[in-house]
Design a protein around this ligand. Structure first.
Ligand code: NI
Length: 165
């Protein structure tokens, strides 16, 4: 296990269109472990996508229970080749990103989603999500297409807010 360096905007890997993972193997499982450890090294961080650690592959980890506790979410998820198969509603909430640590911004997302993906052993899973978990899934999925939350903030005509630390 290792804590990986997190790339910061405007690193080009953050704008890459990530490639599908062809097969699950020890390399992928180790990457998942390292990404989980990296996420957990940052208080309040609920998700991390592979391009944020310089790997342009379609996978991410999320764990919103780190922020909101175990209720009404799936806890730690390690997801490969994720696809949203259903979405419903709208919700605006304040987001941040380890790769853009200076800013927060209000982003409009679907309120509920169903995600289909492979888990770390290559089994297909379906994840129905709402609340913060649905938001985190959409944020991380965007990373796999080189989309950052700041893109969606500006498209709403809203201002970015500088974080006060
Ligand atoms: Ni992010």
């Amino acid at each position: 296990m290792a804590i990986l360096p997190v790339l910061r905007y405007p690193h080009p890997a953050l704008r890459a269109k990530c490639k599908a993972v062809e097969d699950t193997n020890d390399e992928i499982r180790t990457l998942f472990e390292d990404m989980t450890e990296t996420m957990c090294a940052y208080p309040g961080c609920v998700g991390l996508a592979a391009p944020q650690v310089g790997v342009v592959k379609r996978l991410f980890v999320i764990d919103v229970s780190r922020k909101i506790g175990p209720k009404k979410n799936h806890g730690l998820l390690k997801l490969l080749n994720p696809v949203i198969t259903y979405s419903e509603g709208e919700k605006i909430s304040r987001e941040g990103c380890l790769s853009i640590p200076e800013f927060l911004g209000d982003v409009k997302r679907a309120r509920r989603v169903i995600l289909r993906a492979l888990d770390e052993s290559g089994e297909e899973i379906e994840v129905p999500a709402k609340g913060l978990e649905a938001i985190a899934i959409q944020h991380e999925l965007d990373h796999l297409d080189g989309i950052l939350f700041i893109d969606k903030v500006s498209s709403l005509g809203r201002n970015l807010i500088r974080r006060e630390d």
